[in-house]
Ligand binder design. Structure first.
Ligand code: AMP
Ligand code: ZN
Ligand code: FE
Ligand code: FE
Length: 289
């Protein structure tokens, strides 16, 4: 029996989290966790530092990612665990995403300027802590400048889809994302299915089966924004199709709603056996290649 708890969904300054990769590793250890996965949006830039810190303080770090895929009506995020972060195809695909963001960010700045808001891209860059720039960094600058009273208002008034400063972001299809995750020897898991915007079980099941066809191996069942009913539903869906079940808090390091690493809003307890099952599935798929 292996003991200890894990958190398999975390963001760092490499994307829109506020803790540096090394800081989040130390924080996880302080909190008594056994292992964490670094799952920054569209980048693995934080993994190396996190792995090094894990090695230094003897703490298990799983190099991962969270990729946004094309989907409607809601949003689809795909997690990749145990990635070979130096894999050429992965690197090439992620570079493409960085380029797309680099083109998008000045457009968001421009739209905000057109709305009469005094904001420069340099200010947003500074707020990003040196990693990839995303909308949450714009939101923080708007908050700093007192254009809005809180983070959410920045999204609601300006940044969310349909709002006046929204600029769409390039996304790979699920097939493309699942392909480069598995090429990079990663295990792909559907993140927080409750954001997919699918209310009918049959509809969700159909989508999941399509994703499995494309290389998906698991579902993120345990997630702070999932209700008890959703957890039960996603777990039964995973069991029915022999998929892995994973979980994580999606901690970004700035939560003001009582969410914390490892425990979520206080009641999450994700056993290390989740990691063991991911490892076993990875070995199986690698030996089958
Ligand atoms: P980006 O990758 O730049 O499109 O930013 C996506 C991030 O913005 C997500 O990971 C969320 O943290 C945040 N976000 C997106 N939509 C909203 C929203 N409606 N309200 C608050 N935060 C949001
Ligand atoms: Zn995020
Ligand atoms: Fe997500
Ligand atoms: Fe996330």
């Amino acid at each position: 029996m292996s003991t200890g708890f894990v958190d398999l969904h975390l963001h760092t300054t490499a994307s829109d989290g506020v803790l540096r990769p090394s800081e989040i590793v130390r924080y996880a250890k302080t909190k008594g966790l056994r292992a964490i996965a670094i799952t920054d949006h569209d980048t693995v830039e934080g993994c190396e530092e996190a792995l090094a810190e894990g090695g230094r303080i003897d703490f298990e770090v799983i190099p991962g990612i969270e990729i946004s895929a094309e989907h409607s009506p809601g949003s689809m995020h795909i997690l990749g665990f145990f990635l070979d972060i130096d894999h050429p195809l992965l690197k090439e695909r992620l570079k493409y995403l960085q380029k797309a963001r680099a083109e998008r960010n000045p457009k968001i700045t421009e739209k905000l300027n057109q709305l009469g808001i005094d904001i420069t891209f340099e200010e947003v860059l500074k707020a990003s802590g040196g990693g990839q720039v995303g909308r949450p960094h714009f939101a923080n600058v708007l908050l700093e400048k007192k254009v809005v009273r809180n983070f959410q208002e920045a999204f609601d008034r300006f940044l969310k889809k349909g709002a006046p400063a929204y600029v769409d972001k390039f996304r790979f299809t699920s097939k493309e994302a699942l392909h480069f995750i598995s090429e990079a020897r990663g295990v792909a898991v559907l993140a927080h299915p409750n954001t997919l915007g699918m209310s009918r079980y049959s509809e969700l099941e159909k989508l999941v089966l399509q994703l499995v066809d494309e290389g998906l191996q698991g579902i993120e069942v345990y997630y702070p924004e999932h209700s008890r009913e959703e957890i039960a539903l996603y777990r039964s869906l995973a069991e029915r199709h022999a998929l892995l079940t994973t979980g994580g808090t999606d901690y970004h390091g700035m939560e003001k709603n009582g969410l914390d690493i490892g425990v979520g809003r206080g009641d999450m307890k994700l056993p290390y056996s989740i990691v063991e099952r991911i490892k076993a599935a990875r070995s199986r798929s690698l030996s089958g290649r």
